[in-house]
Ligand binder design. Structure first.
Ligand code: SAH
Ligand code: SF4
Ligand code: F3S
Length: 502
C-alpha cells in the first residue's frame, strides 16, 4: 500500500517535472502548479494518512545552516510553521532570530484579504535587497498565497529571487524541495491543488512549552462566497480521534496546561469520517486526558450543536469562551454569503449556550461592506452586536478574492463608506471589549502565565479562562507556564491589570 502510493506519487509528479529551457533569467523546476479548477473539486474518496518519515538522503542538508520563518494569517498557519520548523531542525538547521542573516528564510503566507497579501509583498521587497548582498540565502514562500494560481504565476514572472514555492499541502516535502533547490540552483515550485492528505507524526518545534495548537481537522467545505480558504486548504478532512487524543496525552505528559483545537470549522469534526462521533464527543474524551484547559477555534454557527454546548457545560477543562463568527446581522447578506443561518438562528444558539454557560465570553468576526450592503443591512449588524453582548470581535472590510463567487457580485458601495461603517461598528465592538473586562473588577481570576509583558517594566502577563489578557506586577521566570491567582484592579479596553495573590 505504502509502496503503491509512493509509486503513484512519483508518476504523478514526474509528468509535471521539467526544467525550463536556458535563456530564461533563472531555471525553474515546476514539480506541480496550483490550479483553481482542481482546488474547487471535492471528491468523495478516502483521505490518505501520511505518517512522516525522513528520507536519510536529506538528513544533513541543514548542517551548519540557520533558518527563519515569518508567519502570517490564522492559527492554522502558526501550527504549520511549527511543523516546518520541526522538519528543518530535524535535517540540521538551527533557528535564527535574524531573518536578514539566515541561510533559509520562509514566509508562511496568508491570502485571506488584499491587505494581508500586500504586507507580504512588502517583506519580500526587503528580502530582495538582502538577497542581492547574500546570493546564497535561500528564500521560500509557503502557505495560502502560493495556492492561488495568480500569485504563483506572478512569482514565476517577476520574483526571480524567490528560490522555493511550496503550498499548504506538502510541508512534508520540504527536505526534498530544499535539496532540489540546492542541487539545481533553480527555482523549485511544488504547489498541489488536489484535495489533500493528513500528515501525522511530523516533528514540531512548538512556540510555547505550556500551551499548544492541536489540529483536529484541515480544509473547509463551507464555501462562504467571500472566502478563499476552501480553495487554499482543500476539502474538510478530520484527523483520527486516536491520533488527536494521543497527541494531547503526550502534551499532558510533557507538562502542557492548555490546548487550542484547530480547524476552519471544528464543529464539523468527524462528519467526513462517516462515524457516529462528533466534536462534542471529542471534547468529552479530551477532558479525560488531564489537560487543564481546552479551547477551540473556529466554530461555525450552523454546526454548533447541543452536544458541544453540553460539553462546554459539563467538562471542567473546556474554557468558558467561544469565538463564533457571525459575519453579518442581516439575513439577506448572510444568504448571499452562503452562511446558512439567520439572525434569529444565531441569537437562539448563543442564548441556549448562555443557559448552559452563564458566564460565557463570546467573541466574533464581522465583515462590513459585503458587495452592495445597504445602510439598513449594515444597521442590522449593529443591532446584532448590541444584542449579542460580544466581548470582542475581529472586524474587516470585505476584500475581493479572485475565484470566489462574491468576486463577481456587483458592488456600488464606495471604499469611503465602507471605512465609515467599519469605524461605526468598532465603537460598539470596543465598548464590548471594555465591558467584558469590567465584569471581572475586584474578582480573583486564574491566569496562565505566558511571560513578561511588553507594556511595562516588571510586569508579567497571561490569559484567564475567558481569554482576557491580564497584566500583573511580577518578575519571576519560574511563573511562566503556571496558573496563578490574580485580583483584577483595573479594566482597560484591550486588557486587564491585577495584583498577584499570595
Ligand atoms: N473559518 C473561520 C475563519 C476564517 S478566516 C470562520 O469561518 O469563521 C477569518 C475571518 O476572516 C472570517 O471569519 C471573516 O470574517 C474574514 N474574512 C474571510 N474572507 C474575507 C474577505 N474576503 N474579506 C474580508 N474578510 C474576510
Ligand atoms: Fe472561509 Fe467560511 Fe470556511 Fe470560514 S467557514 S474558512 S469563512 S469558507
Ligand atoms: Fe490566511 Fe490561509 Fe489561514 S488564507 S487565514 S492563512 S487558512
Amino acid at each position: 500500500m505504502v509502496l503503491q502510493s509512493l509509486l503513484f506519487f512519483h508518476l504523478k509528479y514526474m509528468c509535471f517535472y521539467y526544467i525550463m529551457p536556458f535563456g530564461e533569467k533563472m531555471n525553474k523546476i515546476k514539480l506541480s502548479m496550483p490550479s483553481l479548477k482542481d482546488a474547487r473539486m471535492r471528491k468523495n474518496k478516502n483521505v490518505p494518512i501520511i505518517r512522516y518519515q525522513l528520507d536519510s538522503k536529506y538528513q544533513t542538508i541543514g548542517k551548519d545552516k540557520t533558518y527563519y520563518i515569518f508567519t502570517y494569517g490564522c492559527q492554522g498557519n502558526e501550527a504549520d510553521s511549527e511543523v516546518m520548523a520541526g522538519i528543518l531542525e530535524q535535517v540540521g538547521y538551527t533557528k535564527s532570530n535574524d531573518p536578514m542573516n539566515s541561510d533559509v528564510v520562509i514566509l508562511n503566507t496568508c491570502a485571506i484579504r488584499e491587505n494581508a497579501e500586500q504586507r507580504i509583498w512588502g517583506v519580500l521587497g526587503q528580502l530582495k535587497g538582502r538577497k542581492r548582498e547574500n546570493p546564497d540565502m535561500l528564500i521560500g514562500i509557503a502557505g495560502c498565497m502560493p495556492q492561488e494560481e495568480k500569485t504563483t504565476n506572478r512569482i514565476l514572472e517577476s520574483y526571480d529571487f524567490i528560490d522555493l514555492v511550496i503550498g499548504t499541502h506538502n510541508k512534508n516535502h520540504l527536505p526534498k524541495l530544499l535539496y532540489e533547490a540546492y542541487m539545481t540552483k533553480a527555482k523549485v515550485v511544488e504547489v498541489i491543488s488536489s484535495e489533500g492528505e493528513i500528515l501525522e507524526d511530523a516533528p514540531k518545534v512548538r512556540e510555547f512549552h505550556h500551551k499548544a495548537w492541536v489540529n483536529i481537522m484541515y480544509g473547509c467545505d463551507e464555501f462562504c462566497t467571500y472566502c478563499i480558504v476552501p480553495y487554499t486548504r482543500g476539502r474538510e478532512r478530520s484527523r483520527a480521534k486516536e491520533d488527536i487524543i494521543n497527541e494531547v496525552k503526550e502534551l499532558v505528559a510533557e507538562g502542557y496546561s492548555e490546548i487550542t483545537l484547530l480547524g476552519q470549522n471544528v464543529n464539523a469534526y468527524g462528519k467526513d469520517l462517516g462515524l457516529d462521533y462528533t466534536f462534542g464527543n471529542l471534547l468529552y474524551d479530551l477532558d479525560k486526558t488531564g489537560i487543564k484547559r481546552i479551547r477551540y477555534t473556529t466554530s461555525h454557527p450552523r454546526d454548533l450543536d447541543e452536544l458541544t454546548m453540553q460539553a462546554m457545560h459539563d467538562c471542567k477543562s473546556v474554557m468558558p469562551h467561544l469565538h463564533l463568527p457571525v459575519q453579518s446581522g442581516d439575513d439577506e447578506i448572510l444568504k448571499k454569503m452562503n452562511r446558512k443561518y439567520t439572525y434569529d438562528e444565531y441569537m437562539s444558539k448563543i442564548n441556549r449556550l448562555r443557559e448552559l454557560v452563564p458566564d460565557l465570553a463570546l467573541t466574533t468576526d464581522i465583515i462590513v461592506g459585503f458587495p452592495n450592503e445597504t445602510e439598513e443591512q449594515f444597521e442590522n449588524t449593529l443591532k446584532l452586536v448590541q444584542n449579542a453582548n460580544f466581548e470582542g470581535a475581529y472586524t474587516f472590510i470585505y476584500s475581493k478574492r479572485e475565484g470566489t463567487p462574491a468576486a463577481s457580485m456587483v458592488d456600488l458601495v464606495s471604499e469611503e463608506e465602507k471605512h465609515k461603517r467599519l469605524n461605526r461598528l468598532n465603537e460598539y465592538v470596543n465598548a464590548g471589549y471594555l465591558k467584558g473586562h469590567e465584569r471581572f473588577l475586584n474578582q480573583v481570576v486564574e491566569v496562565l502565565v505566558d511571560g513578561h509583558s511588553k507594556n511595562g517594566e516588571g510586569m508579567m502577563c497571561g490569559y484567564t479562562p475567558h481569554l482576557k489578557l491580564t497584566h500583573f506586577k511580577a518578575d519571576d521566570n519560574s511563573l511562566v507556564g503556571k496558573i496563578v491567582k490574580v485580583r483584577i484592579t483595573e479594566a482597560k479596553t484591550w486588557f486587564m491589570i491585577g495584583e498577584l495573590c499570595e
